[in-house]
Design a protein around this ligand. Structure first.
Ligand SMILES: [Fe+2]
Ligand SMILES: [Fe+2]
Length: 328
C-alpha cells in the first residue's frame, strides 16, 4: 500500500518522536500521596481501575487496526501505540496501589465497561476502515480529554501529575495518528462486506450501543460530572470531535453525515432544545454538551488543514495544554 508523501512523513515523524521519548511505568518516581477521605479514596481507586480497562481497550483497538494494515511503518506505529496503552495501564495500576491505602473493598472494573470493551473489539474487526478510524478518534478524544483530563485536578497529588504528564505526551501522538487515519481510511484495506458481512457489522454496532449506553449514563457522564462539574473538559472534547468530523476528507462520509444530522437535530429551531434535554435526561448529562461547540469560522479554518497539518496542530495544542496543566 502506498500513502501520500505527506502522510509517510508524518508517520515517520511520529515514530521518531515516540522513539525519542522512552519511559516505563516501573521507573517513574511516584511519591506516596496524602491520605484522603474514605469516600474520595474509594471513588479514586475505582476510577483508576476503570481507566486501566479503558487503556487495555484502546490497546486492543490499535492492535486490531495494526492487523489489517499493509504498510510497515504504519503498522510499526500502531504496534508501538499498543505498547503505549499497556504502559498507561501499568502506570495507572501503580497509582491505584498508592491510593488504595485503606483497602476498603475489592475493586473490579465496572461491568458495563468490560462489556463495552469486548463488543468494541468484536465490532472493529468487522468495521470498514473509515468507521474504525472514526471510532478510535472519537474514543480517544472523549476518554483522554473529558475523562482522564480532569483527574489531575481531582487527585491533586504529585504522583498522579507525573503519570498524567507521561500519558498526555503519548496521547498527543495517538491523537495525531488518529487524525491521519481519518484522512487515510479510504486507502486502508477493510474486511469484505457482502450482505452478510454488512448485517454482521451492523449487528456488532447495535451490540456496542447496547453496552455503551449504560456505561455512558452510569459511569462516563457521572464520573466526568464529579471530576469536572463545570463540564469544561466535556465541551472541549465535543469541540474537538466536531472539528475532526468536519475535516474535508471526512465530512461527506456516511458516519460524518450521521453525526451532522444528529447535531442539526440538537440545533433545530423549536424542537432542538427539547431533543437536547431528552438526550441529557437519558444520559444524565448537561444539555449544553449537546450544543454545537465550534463556530463556522473555526470549522472552516480547521477544514483547510491537510492531514499532516491537522496532526501537528493536535500535537501542539495537546502538549501545550499538558504543559499548562502539568508544569514544564
Ligand atoms: Fe492511553
Ligand atoms: Fe491512546
Amino acid at each position: 500500500m502506498t500513502l501520500p508523501p505527506e502522510a509517510e512523513q508524518s508517520i515517520a515523524r511520529l515514530l521518531r518522536k515516540r522513539a525519542a521519548d522512552p519511559w516505563s511505568p516501573e521507573a517513574l518516581a511516584l511519591p506516596q500521596p496524602a491520605r484522603r477521605s474514605e469516600e474520595d479514596e474509594a471513588a479514586l481507586v475505582q476510577y483508576l481501575v476503570d481507566f486501566q480497562q479503558i487503556e487495555r481497550m484502546a490497546g486492543a483497538m490499535f492492535g486490531a487496526m495494526a492487523e489489517r494494515v499493509n504498510h510497515a511503518p504504519l503498522r510499526d506505529l500502531l504496534c508501538a501505540f499498543v505498547e503505549d496503552e499497556a504502559r498507561h495501564a501499568g502506570a495507572l495500576r501503580r497509582l491505584e496501589v498508592l491510593h488504595n491505602q485503606r483497602r476498603l473493598r475489592v475493586y473490579e472494573p465496572t461491568p458495563s465497561l468490560v462489556r463495552l470493551g469486548e463488543r468494541l473489539a468484536a465490532w472493529i474487526r468487522l468495521a470498514p476502515p473509515e468507521a474504525a478510524a472514526v471510532g478510535v478518534t472519537v474514543g480517544e478524544i472523549a476518554f483522554d480529554i473529558a475523562y482522564l483530563g480532569p483527574l489531575e485536578v481531582f487527585a491533586e497529588d504529585p504522583a498522579t501529575a507525573t503519570v498524567l504528564a507521561r500519558i498526555h505526551r503519548d496521547e498527543a501522538r495517538h491523537l495525531a495518528l488518529d487524525h491521519l487515519l481519518l484522512d487515510l481510511a479510504p486507502l486502508l484495506e477493510g474486511p469484505e462486506l457482502g450482505v452478510r458481512g454488512t448485517a454482521r457489522y451492523l449487528w456488532a454496532w447495535v451490540r456496542v450501543l447496547e453496552a455503551g449506553f449504560p456505561f455512558m449514563r452510569d459511569t462516563f457522564f457521572g464520573t466526568s460530572g464529579q471530576l469536572d462539574p463545570e463540564g469544561q473538559r466535556l465541551r472541549e472534547a465535543a469541540r474537538r470531535i466536531e472539528l475532526a468530523m468536519d475535516r474535508e476528507a471526512v465530512r461527506r462520509r456516511p458516519v460524518a453525515l450521521l453525526y451532522e444530522g444528529m447535531q442539526r437535530s440538537f440545533e433545530a429551531p423549536l424542537v432542538g432544545d427539547l431533543v437536547r434535554r431528552v438526550f441529557a435526561k437519558i444520559l444524565r448529562a448537561d444539555p449544553d454538551v449537546f450544543r454545537r461547540q465550534t463556530t463556522a469560522k473555526e470549522r472552516a479554518s480547521a477544514r483547510q488543514r491537510t492531514a499532516g497539518e491537522a496532526a501537528e496542530a493536535v500535537i501542539a495544542e495537546f502538549s501545550r495544554e499538558a504543559r499548562i496543566s502539568l508544569g514544564p
